[in-house]
Write a protein that binds this ligand. Sequence first.
Ligand SMILES: Cc1cc2nc3c(=O)[nH]c(=O)nc-3n(C[C@H](O)[C@H](O)[C@H](O)COP(=O)(O)OP(=O)(O)OC[C@H]3O[C@@H](n4cnc5c(N)ncnc54)[C@H](O)[C@@H]3O)c2cc1C
Length: 576
Amino acid sequence: MDTSDPLAGRLGPAERATAWRRLSQEHFDLVVIGGGVVGCGVALDAATRGLRTALVEARDLASGTSSRTSKLFHGGLRYLEQLELGLVREALAERELMLTRIAPHLVKPVSFLYPLRNRGWERPYVAAGLTLYDTMGGARTVPRHKHLTRAAALRLVPALRRDALIGGIRYFDAIADDARHTMTVARTAAHYGAVIRSSTQVVGFTKEADRISGVRVRDCESGEEADVAAHVVVNCTGVWTDELQRLSGERGRFRVRASKGVHIVVPRDRIVADSGLILRTETSVLFVIPWRGHWILGTTDTDWNLDLAHPAATKADIDYIFDRVNRVLATPLTHDDIEGVYAGLRPLLAGENAATSKLSREHAVARVAPGMFAIAGGKYTTYRVMAADAVDAAAADLPTRIAPSITDKVPLLGADGYYALVNQADRLAARYGLHPYRVRHMLDRYGSLIHQVLDAADGRRDLLSPLPGAPDYLAVEVVHAASHEGALHLEDVLTRRTRISIEYPHRGVESARAAAELMAPVLGWDAATIDREIEVYAARVEAERDAQTQPDDSAADARRSAAPEARPRVLEPVVL
Ligand SMILES: Cc1cc2nc3c(=O)[nH]c(=O)nc-3n(C[C@H](O)[C@H](O)[C@H](O)COP(=O)(O)OP(=O)(O)OC[C@H]3O[C@@H](n4cnc5c(N)ncnc54)[C@H](O)[C@@H]3O)c2cc1C
């Protein structure tokens, strides 16, 4: 494959049609179920080892948990406290790899202030932890932690109440736009030859005697079905793991349960600070995370047994987050400050059986049946390690020996050439007639793929205008999302390729028509389809807003699930 081809890694309508043909005609070494970060990581790992690889995702890339996280690449101070040192070291090594080699365009350092509340024990206790954190690999690309007096901490975060702290410690982690990162992993896998197809749901398994020999897939746009043949199938469906397990008719080696985490987005000017915050709660921690012109506040941790595709935030979740953050802020936040709210589900391992499943750190990989493997648990930060473990395990059922994982040496699309382009941002800006600030912002989203994005505006300068209702984004980015990034519905563009749904108080509704009209020519939509897309998106926003006024999960879930699906032919749950 020619990796210098500028169209390599493109996920547009033509590639989608080709992918459908390839799925039914080729025999794959490995088929991945699920286009979250773990599935996309497995596809990239397998493709770069030389395996014939396909990945199918029922909805949109990253539409499950992988677009709904705290967005941190971190070692996890919580694990440090539990003395899970191996886990922390591994995660910090991944953070460093992402920051330097794999995705420097997408993953950036982020500063946190730990406000100290207790005299005596607390400063040495936290400092000892952070010294370990830095020593284990934290402080390479990012600065070491630093002690601050109360006055210095208040200068860093003037929004804090004076009586909320007696001093502070500043440390660094890293942050990325999770949905864009996952999509970029998928595009990189496609670049190395993997078939990547979203809106393609696994609805059954094929067998040869007692061996899984492939999957039956359904196109969630057309309703068409086809069989995909493979030596090995890897279940990477996060909180859907048990559902796929049941569908396969095989007994699972571990179970996955869902725990809901909610985040709130508020405008940057509502909290005057030059650093994020990490606050201790009764049971865990709560973050205030800088996010472009906003802050992300979160998260919660409660059991969830309802709709897996559309977990709903309740008024109680929102009140909990505000209550904890307002305890330390001089000017409290209110519901009127909310720009966006999102809820995600942690795929937590439950009922694992160490004798039959290889329990590796906090994720598990298991051979469920001949030809079928499952991987779940873990966290976003360690997706690359999880992926390598899954492919290593799958090797047992592949007919030939396979090469070791090389993804620690594979930069994601857009990483190569990124640093030079940052230095040339002014020149780039002049070439395209854009403000240099805008170009830098785009480089952090596309890296060296920026030319691919902006060249689409050749002879169409109108595409270089901001998107109505969302001035942080250009019209051409919406076109690019549909032509290159696999976006098939308005929801994909407004919630995941851009983050308009959580960054603007209208939650995307005021940009919906303009965005739909930009997507239409790329995806072949007629006027009726444009109207339907807008209606479905508006109904989703309305249902989410409504859910967020409800006191509990079941009431919120009932409101949220009343909204229609963007992909009307998706089966939820998949029934036998
Ligand atoms: C609130 C919250 C905050 C978090 N914050 C962080 C953080 O800051 N840092 C960190 O490291 N980790 C964090 N995590 C953990 C991390 O997000 C997850 O571990 C990770 O995203 C899980 O990815 P996944 O690929 O396993 O699952 P998912 O992203 O859910 O992917 C599974 C995919 O499978 C698809 N699927 C399901 N059924 C089918 C089918 N039949 N056919 C085809 N496809 C199917 C789904 O549509 C979905 O896209 C957080 C988690 C939560 C919930």
